[in-house]
Design a binder for this molecule. Structure first.
Ligand SMILES: O=P(O)(O)OC[C@H]1O[C@H](OP(=O)(O)OP(=O)(O)O)[C@H](O)[C@@H]1O
Ligand SMILES: Nc1ncnc2[nH]cnc12
Length: 176
């Protein structure tokens, strides 16, 4: 039987030379693959109290929406700067080269709400760390973080665990 990682396509040298891009669109496009990924991501949270799912732009929206639907809870997007229409708070984070900013609506999470953070891939952990900071600044309590792919050599899991976060990933790939 195919595993989740078998549905993920690798594109060499995208978007830069030396990067092995782990492309989840092939997983999302396959009905068995997509269902398997959502079911496995949900598995650790049976019986766990979660009020909201937060998805990180862009692929975290696809996973987060499906997971929120299954949990019958609300979905909240964290977006790149300038995309959200209401009043936002912002958080800077480091990219491989340079910096970026992510934002959340300031009324999207209520103090004390229990939040599950979802994205497709954990690399350096910079994006997830910025998202976690935004949620915590609104008073949200992060229950766990869920990814399809971990790239352990880039240190994201260690970074999030050092912040006290629980990290779940369905598979891991070597290299960048
Ligand atoms: O752990 P990090 O080093 O922060 O990298 C992981 C992030 O990088 C990718 O998104 P990307 O920034 O390419 O944005 P996109 O999903 O909008 O294309 C991925 O979907 C994660 O969100
Ligand atoms: N190797 C990789 N594949 C897909 N998305 C990424 N984001 C950061 N590194 C990545």
């Amino acid at each position: 039987m195919k595993r989740v990682e078998d549905y993920i396509r690798t594109i060499v040298d995208f978007p830069h030379e030396g990067i092995m891009f782990r492309d989840v669109t092939t997983l999302f496009a396959d009905p068995r693959g997509f269902r398997m990924a959502i079911d496995q991501m949900l598995h650790p949270y049976a019986g766990i109290d979660i009020d909201k799912v937060v998805g990180l732009e862009a692929r975290g929206f696809i996973l987060g929406g499906a997971i929120a639907h299954q949990l019958s809870v609300g979905f909240v997007p964290i977006r790149k700067k300038g995309k959200l229409p209401g009043t936002t708070i912002s958080q800077e984070y480091k990219l491989e080269y340079g910096e970026a900013i992510v934002e959340i609506h300031d009324d999207a999470i209520q103090p004390g709400e229990k939040v599950l953070v979802v994205d497709d891939l954990l690399a350096t952990g910079g994006t997830a760390e910025a998202g976690i900071k935004l949620i915590e600044r609104l008073g949200g309590e992060i229950v766990s973080t869920a990814f399809i792919i971990d790239l352990p050599e880039l240190g994201g899991r260690k970074k999030l665990e050092a912040m006290g976060m629980e990290v779940h990933a369905l598979c891991a790939f070597d290299g960048h």
